[in-house]
Design a protein around this ligand. Sequence first.
Ligand code: SAH
Length: 247
Amino acid sequence: MTFAATILTLYPEMFPGPLGHSIAGRALDEGKWALETLQIRDFATDKHHTVDDTPAGGGAGMVMKADVLAAAIDAALERQPDAPVLAMSPRGAPLTQQRVRELSAGPGVTILCGRFEGFDERIFEARPVEEVSVGDYILSGGEIGALALLDACIRLLPGVMGAASSGDEESFEQGLLEYPHYTRPQEWEGRTIPEVLRSGDHAKIASWRKRQAEAITRSRRPDLWERYSSASDQSPSGAQRDKAKDE
Ligand code: SAH
């Protein structure tokens, strides 16, 4: 089954953009995913193809019209009734690797890209739309967020990354940031690769990497660390660890 992405945008020429290259580009050529863009403006019914209007209550900028958005969403739903409809929005739930995994296991996604000040709020009541954010900062439009979301999904599709890298050990997959990587030369500008990585002792290497991943997560992302350590406290090994700490 091909993962099908439908993008609702005022800038269809931005796609596939960077996703036409490298891993995602190859997968697109091979039919492992498919892309269709719908120009939101084509769903405007007035002579000037108006997609936005001034905000009710006043204020700066323009708001994307609910009637036009609904027509575009309905067209996408007709094509792909089973694909979730995601709207790019800084107010949405922050995108996580877990959500990316779920999406990539499904039939595809429809992504609504905002522009201007965003969407008429009523669209979220009237259509099954999930708001998704790519981070706590403001982009000028949803297209770059959509590209990021798609890229994250595509690399997880079967056969896209190759057997060597299932991605299971990557940052976020175990609730931790990834351990540090090194490659040759063994010495560079007076800095050496940690000895353990040259030991050939796989168990020792695995435990070193786990400790590194935990230390990096604890210092850089207290939020992730909190979740990880409370989850492992509930497991038998976590309970033992706590007991050891108390003694
Ligand atoms: N006025 C809005 C921002 C609008 S930015 C607010 O303050 O919340 C214009 C469009 O860019 C948004 O509709 C959305 O589609 C996209 N966008 C901006 N930042 C984003 C983010 N962090 N995540 C996902 N989409 C974003």
